[in-house]
Design a binder for this molecule. Structure first.
Ligand code: SAM
Length: 390
């Protein structure tokens, strides 16, 4: 790959001869040429800038030195001319991969208030142009941006990195940030390496790393995460008929576990039609939780006659569930708490039923203050639970 740099501070690009890019240049993988833009000026002061047309602060880089540089370097359709600018396309790993496939990059590095627009338009007429920003902040010149872009691109060139595998596992390669990494010693200043990494079980290590990568991405860069990984931020809203399809899909996914635990497919939730689910939304006080658009949990409540013969009315809770891939993060508990908190103030007792053999559910409800009530009549294969409202 050939890399040309047009700059008024060639010394700023000295790091290009250091470290891996330097080695790659020595081995012939890279042909790096740094050019002092002032060599294409013709006045005594070697001027590269002038005042902006239309007025305003600062100076603008004149087009002629760039034009002469392009003529001498010879731009063609196989060349990509990179303009570093805060108003460019944000630089990402994906863009780095794209640039790594190009034959030749010519970096035009701005200073002052930037480069005369006609330089960019002219380059675009003979070559490919990329205007690239390093981020949403303003640097003094394009050199630092060019160094960063070069380093990210060059390390993707085949044969550049000794260990290609280390590229595949890095942040942004799989759309996730990288998991935390550790080396020896196993214990340092009272801080221990997570035991799973010392065990040698590659399946468990891979699962742990994936889970840490997802959690870290969710915490630091939720914008990178596919909605299916969304955690933490959910809001409960009353369900509306338009939610029917998603509710039905979630319930079927959740209650398959119940069917397996109870060895019974004959569970109402697995048999209900779309119309039935839609009509029940209005017949109950039905709540759905969404996390960045995705429907991830439900719960519902309505009045029922107390089955203990007391003549009271209790608040019957049902369909408390969280998407199977998001379980263990407090979403189910949030659904259960929400349906209790939004019950009418007159409700003194909550009641719900679950599969006789759904032991996980029994533990979950007991942890949340419910009591098993085998003394109360219930549908075959189910058990009642109640909780007094405090
Ligand atoms: N007036 C320009 C603007 O507001 O867009 C900023 C000019 S800046 C002081 C000078 C040069 O630094 C730019 O021409 C560009 O080459 C470079 N530069 C500044 N911030 C940059 C960024 N975030 N990404 C890439 N290059 C940047």
């Amino acid at each position: 790959m050939r890399l040309d740099y047009l700059t008024i501070f060639p010394d700023y690009l000295a790091p290009l001869t250091l470290s891996l890019p330097g080695k790659a240049a020595e081995s012939g993988l890279l042909d790096v040429r740094v050019h002092d833009l002032r060599q294409w000026t013709h006045d005594r002061h070697r001027t590269v800038d002038d005042t902006p047309y239309g007025g305003g602060a600062g100076m603008v880089m004149r087009p002629e030195p760039f034009g002469e540089a392009f003529d001498e370097l010879g731009l063609d359709a196989g060349t990509t001319v990179v303009f570093t600018t805060p108003s460019g396309r944000p630089f990402t790993q994906e863009l780095a991969r794209e640039l790594a496939r190009r034959e030749r990059l010519v970096f035009c590095l701005g200073r002052y208030e930037g480069i005369d627009q006609r330089v960019i338009d002219h380059a675009g007429a003979v070559a490919r142009v990329e205007e690239i920003s390093l981020g949403d902040y303003v640097l003094n010149g394009g050199e630092v941006a060019a160094l960063a872009i070069t380093e990210a691109v060059v390390r993707l060139l085949p044969g550049f990195m000794g260990n290609a595998e280390s590229l595949a596992e890095e942040s942004h390669e799989g759309g996730l940030l990288e998991y935390p990494v550790y080396t020896k010693p196993a214990s340092w200043r009272g801080l221990d390496v997570p035991p799973v990494l010392l065990g040698g079980d590659h399946g468990r290590i891979a699962a742990w790393r994936h889970e840490r990568a997802v959690a870290r991405t969710a915490e630091r860069r939720p914008d990178l995460l596919h909605p299916s990984h969304a955690v933490g931020e959910w809001t409960f809203e009353p369900a509306v008929p338009a939610d029917t399809g998603e509710i039905m899909t979630l319930w079927r996914a959740c209650w398959v576990q119940e069917a397996i635990a109870n060895e019974a497919l004959d569970i109402p939730v697995l048999r209900e039609s779309y119309e039935q689910v839609r009509d029940d939304i209005g017949a109950w006080q039905t709540w759905v939780a969404r996390s960045r658009g995705r429907l991830v949990a439900t719960a519902r409540g309505r009045w029922t006659d107390a089955p203990d013969g007391s003549g009271q009315r209790w608040w019957l809770i049902g369909r408390v569930c969280a998407a199977p891939d998001l379980q263990g993060r407090g979403l189910g508990r949030a659904a259960l708490e929400h349906v209790q908190a939004t019950a009418p103030p007159e409700a003194t007792t909550f009641m719900l039923f679950t599969g006789h053999r759904s032991e996980e559910n029994h533990r979950f409800y007991r942890r949340n203050g419910f009591r098993m009530r085998p003394d109360l009549p219930s549908e075959p294969g189910t058990v009642m639970l109640t909780k007094r409202k405090r």
